[in-house]
Design a protein around this ligand. Structure first.
Ligand code: PEP
Ligand code: MG
Length: 763
């Protein structure tokens, strides 16, 4: 039997080599082997890792430690993970493997090239997709010793607590899971973007290239309006070019991060690509399409005069849309389901039903995720899919909030999607109307980049509408910050930090019990900083933690969360923080560090406050932890009727601002569970009782000169916003997708009110 190699260069790898090089390694290899200019890379194979385990004698001791670990016991899990990782890190890498890595690295390029070292895990018969994000990637690695060390660190990351936990939950035997490591040249693109080898809607041989200055995330995330070039592959010429004003670019900072910086004026309207570059990119698109035999969605980058192809994957929508062509309508089939249109956009694709965490590995790019209700564990899968459909939930449920932030079309609260639909069914969902149709749409379920290009930012920037009412935006995920900023919003009227915290997969209590507060603080600090950086000089109201106990249940440490009969009415918001000073202090430490770093645009907002005493208590605690409370903005959410009724006392207690959390205010005023689709028809934002509470509270805030805002979902409804402005609200915070229509509504309402006043005076 021939011995398996320790090292493979990309060119020698094909898509069938997953067991040897993992999913990531195999797809890069396939691209390189057909002549696409993939950044130079080699893979330290899974067999090298196995040899390491065998030759160091680790195999038995390591798997003995892993056998019978109770993954639900977070202390035990952490201990075992730490011990196993230390075993891997402390063992001496066999000389032959080490030398081969150093030799391969030496031949990659001159002068200690800077590389990324990425894990590419694989289980039997399974690409690494299901383990995505569980193992580490190390960027900006340079030098022999650092590369060897990073490879060993990737190996050790196979035994991170989270990775062990997920494998156990998904039913994988640790012994069958392998890890390969990709060592790849790091590209710091001067310009980059995405392209479709063929037209994403009609399938014609028109290559559509979008790009902007800096790193590709700017285009993919929609934070800039990119240049667009259309190349006709039949005529072999550039058929159309639209040069847009590119105000921002994303550039790397430090070891891991990126930042959004302004593009100098003289480069903003400069075309990023010459005709020759368009032609060269289109040629690579054609190679890729011919090789895979299906139109491709490709990420590209250019440094100097060198083009790189970073990723190529099928455009799943073309085949479907051409099939549906000629029907002329929005969609081809019967209405299958109706629910709430929670995140706008149309998406088509095959259904994948997710019952629990075990199913997440099956979710592929372009699928339509169908589930009872999403939870934080599903966010990585939600990033991949073309659309989301749930049985449960209303406009303010987890699925609705996260899909709006990700810009993914979603229909929630269909009551029976998981029963009516089956894996593989092709469906189309309309996230505006809240309808799910049979079959694929004739209007394209545009791939993410096309949707992103349609993000409102550019149009707004080109023709700013000035409103006296501040139009702010709601943000929950750091990755949505750039898209949110691109809307030109006047600030962030609600940053929900619980989504960042739920994404850490460990409860705050876990960090406290493990003495790992610093880890929590650093992670939250970094997440919030991304949002603050995206809104320089504009107010960002960060809300302290507000997650009901049931949302913590699946996280590490979740087993210690109390079981409540009614978590919505239970231990959440400021109530919990006031009774859990350690948890509150960890959050305040984050804000304190940000204020100390000069982020004086950060304001703090307390959720679920019911009495002014709670505000005063929170303020006193914060002052006791060394914050100059008179120098910072401290405000409240008005989301319990008691806080609306007592608003004058709150003003007297010194709040800097108040913001209506109508999602809760409606449920608590009307006794309608906001997440229960059985009563959703009775969930009425414009119920006279709700309007009365809001109108009276606005009037009091105005009297005291306190800024009064709204950040609940009703703030994204133009009719409601018209009413709020007529009744004196000073600012409105809406969802990213709603900003253009809300800004327009505000402008019209304000003008009409001025006109009415003038007419009245003249009458
Ligand atoms: C609200 O209650 O309106 C609100 C914005 O907070 P959340 O939706 O996070 O409860
Ligand atoms: Mg609320």
């Amino acid at each position: 039997m021939t011995e398996m190699p320790n090292i493979l260069w990309l060119e020698a790898i094909s898509k069938d080599d997953i067991p040897l090089v993992g999913g990531k390694g195999a797809s890069l290899g396939e691209m390189a082997s057909v002549g696409l200019p993939v950044p130079k890379a080699f893979v330290v194979t899974a067999q090298a890792f196995r040899k390491f385990l065998v030759q160091t004698g680790l195999e038995d001791s390591l798997f003995d430690l892993l056998t019978d670990v109770d993954v639900e016991n977070s202390e035990e899990l952490e201990d075992v993970s730490r011990n196993v990782k230390n075993l891997v890190l402390d063992a001496k890498m066999p000389d032959d493997i080490k030398e081969e890595i150093i030799q391969a690295y030496g031949t990659m390029g001159p002068d200690n090239m800077v590389v990324a070292v990425r894990s590419s895990a694989t289980a039997e018969d399974l690409p690494d997709a299901s383990f995505a994000g569980q193992q580490e990637t190390y960027l900006n690695i340079r030098g022999d010793a650092a590369v060897v060390e990073a490879v060993q660190m990737c190996w050790a990351s196979l035994y991170g607590a989270r990775a062990i936990y997920y494998r156990a939950k998904q039913g994988f035997d640790d012994r069958t899971v392998n890890i390969a490591v990709v060592v790849q040249q790091l590209i710091r693109s001067e310009k980059s973007g995405v392209m479709f080898s063929s037209h994403p809607v009609t399938g014609e041989p028109l290559t559509i290239i979008e790009g902007s200055w800096g790193l590709g995330e700017a285009v993919v995330s929609g934070s800039v309006s990119p240049d667009k070039y259309v190349y006709d592959r039949r005529l072999k010429k550039v058929f159309d070019r639209m040069i847009s004003k590119k105000e921002y670019m994303i550039v790397p900072i430090g070891d891991h991060g990126t930042e959004l910086v302004e593009i100098p004026n003289d480069r903003q309207e400069e075309p990023i690509l010459s005709d020759a570059e368009v032609e060269a990119l289109a040629a690579f698109a054609e190679i890729s399409e011919e090789h895979y035999n299906v139109p491709q969605d490709i990420e590209w980058a250019i440094v100097g005069s060198t083009i790189y192809i970073l990723q190529s994957r099928p455009i799943t929508t073309i085949g479907m849309s051409t099939k549906a062509k000629g029907t002329g309508g929005q969609s081809t089939g019967a209405v299958l389901l109706e629910g709430n249109g929670a995140s706008p956009g149309v998406a088509s694709g095959p259904v994948i039903i997710v019952h629990d965490i075990k199913d997440l590995g099956k979710v592929k790019e372009g699928d339509i995720l169908v589930t009872k209700m999403t939870n934080p564990d599903m966010v990585p899968a939600m990033r991949k899919v073309a659309g989301i459909v749930t049985d449960e939930g209303g406009m303010t449920c987890h699925a609705a909030i996260v899909s709006r932030e990700l810009g993914t079309p979603a229909v929630v609260g269909t009551k029976k999607a998981t029963k009516t639909l089956k894996d593989g069914d092709i469906i189309t969902l309309d996230g505006e109307k809240g309808i799910v149709y049979e079959g694929a749409a004739s209007v394209a379920a545009a791939p993410a980049a096309v949707m992103a290009a349609a993000v409102p930012g550019a149009a707004i920037a080109a023709a700013p509408i000035i409103t006296a009412t501040s139009i702010k935006v709601n943000v929950s995920l750091a990755e949505a910050a750039a898209r949110a900023a691109a809307t030109g919003a006047d600030g962030v009227g609600l940053l929900r930090i619980e989504h960042m915290i739920l994404g850490m997969n460990k409860t705050p209590g876990w960090y406290i019990s493990q003495n790992k507060e610093e880890e929590f603080i650093t992670e939250l600090y970094n997440g919030i900083k991304v949002v603050l950086d995206a809104f320089p000089g504009k107010p960002v109201w960060v809300r302290t933690l507000d997650a009901p106990t049931d949302e913590f249940r699946n996280m590490l440490g979740g087993e210690s969360e109390p079981i409540e009969h009614n978590p919505m009415l239970g231990w959440r918001g400021i109530r919990r923080d006031l009774q859990s000073p350690d948890q509150f202090r960890m959050q305040i430490e984050v804000f304190k560090r940000l204020w100390d770093r000069g982020y004086d645009n950060l304001g703090l907002m307390f959720p679920l406050v019911g009495h002014p005493d709670e505000f005063l208590k929170a303020k006193a605690l914060i002052a006791g932890w060394g914050v100059d409370v008179d120098a910072v903005e401290l405000g409240i959410m008005v989301e319990i009727p008691s806080s609306a009724i007592l608003i004058e006392d709150f003003c007297k207690a010194g709040i800097s601002f108040a913001s209506f959390g109508t999602n809760d205010l409606i449920q608590y005023t009307l006794a309608i569970d906001r997440n229960n689709e059985l009563v959703s028809s009775m969930y009425r934002p414009k119920h006279p009782a709700v309007l009365k509470l809001i109108r009276d509270a606005i009037a009091v805030c105005r009297q005291y000169g306190v800024e009064c805002s709204i950040c609940g979902q009703a703030g994204s409804d133009p009719k409601m916003v018209e009413w709020l402005i007529e009744n004196g609200i000073t600012s409105v915070s809406a969802n990213i997708d709603a900003i253009p229509k809300i800004r327009e509504t505000a402008a019209r309402t304000e003008k009409r009110m001025i006109l009415d006043a003038v007419r009245l005076k003249n009458a």
